[in-house]
Design a protein around this ligand. Structure first.
Ligand code: AMP
Length: 397
């Protein structure tokens, strides 16, 4: 069985085609700059040369059509015809309170995703374009949707409610939803399996730290709390997002700087975080490369690390214990110095990192704590697409 995984953005479509027998990737790629002049299609078949073409792709329907042409192409295709593709799985950022699991796409599911547009106005409408584009091109192929929020639907009220008037939750569903759920679910499962332990018996904190970042406390195998909130702005300091701040700063700054709602939103989401503090970059590589002789870059790094530490400490307290910490995503998987700096200050929790193990570069899940460490620290490369493919496969088969 072959499953096509689609991640549709407002002007892009990323794709991966999986053969589910070995869970291998047959091809991956992306269509970028959809609707703009000179769209770019990058197709990477597993055993052949990468193909890059620049051509006009007017909309998502044309984008999916081109993906299909690439996948079935005589020279650089990986399947003979689209009839070999049994299902399509989509990544959807927001599933609100409705979607606690992945589901097959039906008319009701589409209406509900539309109803949730207001909770994720930048993402869900684009995902819907992806679903409709697949429907237009492959009308008989079943589609499934996998939500970034679904894993966190197990959080108790005390984790997900904000201490604001109840009517805001009742009328507008203002609450913590959390994101990166597919990644937190995937790496926690892999971590437990790698250790040969039952996830339900472990108190685990998964640190998904990339350009965006969130930490999740996993108790009894379920998300118990997570650092992102109603939107991905809350929690850790990120590449360009502020993370936690005193909410009274928002009206104060709006007033002083005469900013509109959109402007303050853009400031907090796109012009804050590492970028704002360092004045240099939102990319952790550039920050760590520069910090030896750039005070602002060092401060940005220190603030970033401090936030991760604070969340690990608070989640260890929230769960009344800690067995495993997992690092994943761009920064978590690659930055030796970030992992070292976070763990250094957590010896009181029984965390002892092994400097040599921490330096090893590998695509495999691995333990980086010392044999004496009371808490096992791991690096687990995330693979959200594989989890989407698995859920889709399980729903369709
Ligand atoms: P992601 O959002 O998971 O794709 O992560 C992207 C981020 O990972 C980039 O913005 C980089 O800051 C970071 N990253 C990737 N490689 C490294 C590295 N070797 N060291 C530090 N940060 C890295």
């Amino acid at each position: 069985m072959k499953v096509l995984v689609i991640n549709a953005g407002s002007s892009s479509i990323k794709y991966q085609l999986f053969d589910m027998i070995h869970e291998s990737v047959l091809a991956s790629g992306r269509v970028e700059r959809i609707g703009m002049d000179s769209s770019i299609v990058t197709h990477e078949p597993a055993d052949k040369e990468e193909v890059v073409e620049v051509k006009e792709i007017l909309d998502h329907v044309a984008g999916v059509k081109r993906v299909i042409e690439m996948l079935t192409h005589e020279e650089y295709g990986v399947v003979k015809s689209m009839s070999e593709i049994d299902a399509v799985g989509h990544r959807i950022v927001h599933g609100g309170e409705t979607f606690k699991n992945s589901v097959i796409v039906t008319d009701e599911v589409k209406s509900e995703i539309k109803r949730l547009f207001e909770l994720a106005p930048l993402h869900n409408p684009a995902h819907m374009m992806g679903i409709l584009a697949v429907e237009a091109n492959l009308p008989n192929v079943p589609q499934a949707v996998v939500f970034d929020t679904a894993f966190h639907q197990t959080m108790p009220k005390s984790s997900y409610l904000y201490a604001i008037p109840k009517t805001l939750y009742k009328k507008h569903k203002v609450r913590r939803y959390g994101f990166h759920g597919t990644s937190h679910a995937y790496v926690s499962d892999v971590a437990a399996k790698t250790l040969g332990k039952d996830l339900a018996a472990l108190k685990m904190i998964t640190c998904h730290i990339g350009n965006g970042g969130s930490l999740t406390a996993i108790l009894n195998g379920e998300s118990f709390d997570t650092s992102m909130g109603m939107t991905p702005l809350e929690g850790l300091m990120m590449g360009t997002r502020s993370g936690d701040l005193d909410p009274a700063i928002v009206p104060f700054v709006m007033n002083k700087e005469e900013l509109t709602l959109n402007e303050v939103n853009s400031m907090l989401n796109k012009h804050s975080g590492l970028l704002a503090v360092s004045g240099l970059s939102s990319d952790m590589r550039e920050i760590t490369d520069a910090m030896a002789d750039n005070e602002d870059a060092k401060l940005a790094f220190d603030m970033y690390v401090y936030r991760v530490k604070k969340y690990i400490g608070s989640y260890a307290a929230a769960m009344n214990g800690l067995d495993v910490v997992v690092f994943t995503a761009g920064v978590g998987e690659n930055s030796v110095v970030l992992r070292q700096s976070v763990c250094e200050g957590l010896t009181f929790l029984g965390i002892e990192i092994d400097e040599e193990l921490n330096k090893i570069r590998s695509k495999e899940p691995r333990v980086i704590s010392s044999a004496n460490s009371k808490v096992t620290v791991m690096v687990v490369p995330t693979n959200e697409e594989l989890l989407i493919a698995r859920d889709t496969y399980n729903l369709v088969k």
